[in-house]
Design a protein around this ligand. Sequence first.
Ligand code: SAH
Ligand code: SF4
Ligand code: F3S
Length: 435
Amino acid sequence: MKQNSVYIETYGCQMNVADTELVQGLLVEKGYSLTQNIDTADVILLNTCSIRDNAEQRIYGRLGNIKAIKDKDPSKVIGILGCMAERLKKDLIEEKKMVDVVVGPDEYRRLPEFIDDAFTGEKGIGVKLSRTETYDDILPYRENGLSAWISVMRGCDKFCSYCVVPFTRGRERSRSLDSIKNEVKLLSQKGFREITLLGQNVNSYSDNGNDFADLLSASAKVDPLMRIRFTTSHPQDLSDKLLYTITENDNICKYIHLPVQSGSNRILELMNRTYTIEHYLNLIEKARKLIPSVSFSTDIISGFPTESEEDHRATLTVMRQVEYDGAYMFKYSPREGTKAYRMNDDVSEEVKTKRLNEIIDLQQSISLTQNQKLIGKQEIILVEGDSRKSSDYLSGRTDSNKVAIFPKQDNIKPGDYVAVKINKVTSATLFGDVI
Ligand code: SAH
Ligand code: SF4
Ligand code: F3S
């Protein structure tokens, strides 16, 4: 029998990237083959994101292109996975007539069955959320490489007032520590050099009395040459124990992504973030005391309902105080079903854009200053491969996840750690020489 080939395109966060590998693992096990060529694929899947309206609009646009492929060859199966599948459910089949399969994040085990049915002309919808599904027993499909994402928990119980994730991903649940440790072992044997432990709020990880610090420490002990990263931490739950665990293990990166969202206590409360800016800044100070080389990145939303110029200035102030290495910065986007959706979206598009631009400009100048502090210093780089712009140069990353570029040497290959002295920087890249 002919093996049907599957093409998957992934949108959204790293959880989706990890889920795509999971789905690929599942499908390969059921006898499907994977392809990178959308034109020849028998099955076209989009793993989608609902976080902001523009994320969904982009995917609708892409569906339009794919419709042309299906029009030419109606035997092809088109499927939507991920957060949009969960949010829009059967609307996707009824509105977008060419979609055959809609499967949300907790029903991927049924995907092969739905695809098989779709070949016989049946539509399939699986969008039930689960309190227990963690896909603990499924090995994600991974090409050989250096970096891997490991999802350690699913869902989110935080219910920040602007956010769809608790609705599209359901309740928090953790994978078992043993299965994660085994996956790290396997990756280490395959030559991977860096893993990132993933969850919407990793600090809520819990398995048989083990918390996230225990998991991090167990993962770090598997292979001292493997860099361990993690994301995302919620400022309310980041424990002292976690900070100690980071200092105690050389191979846990001294880098924390700690989304602040806003610098104004009034807005933080409306966002249901459950911490104050004082708590947040204390946490940063404590982390810096315990881990002197630690650096931070963040997420910021501009133009949340009722945000005043003064609230906006408070955000800029916090950015200057913390001096983030990097930030993901967004305009507020109202999402149906969330608590903030019932608030009046009263900051005009124009003001949102102006504030976002101020935030981006400020962050760019902070990133540059932060990088300039590294000039003359030595950084340990994990070599990834040729630099994008020239094969005379190699590219890799620092412990703090910054890209570093340096002249190629024959004895240095991807996966090596090299000491590089930084001599030039931009806001996004470091340049140096191997020492
Ligand atoms: N669990 C992670 C990531 C959530 S999604 C966390 O809590 O940090 C990534 C980021 O998208 C969020 O941190 C937030 O800054 C942004 N975001 C989420 N919902 C949004 C919305 N409705 N409008 C604009 N930005 C949003
Ligand atoms: Fe969304 Fe908040 Fe959960 Fe992050 S912690 S996924 S922002 S609800
Ligand atoms: Fe998007 Fe879902 Fe991730 S909404 S950001 S893909 S959890």
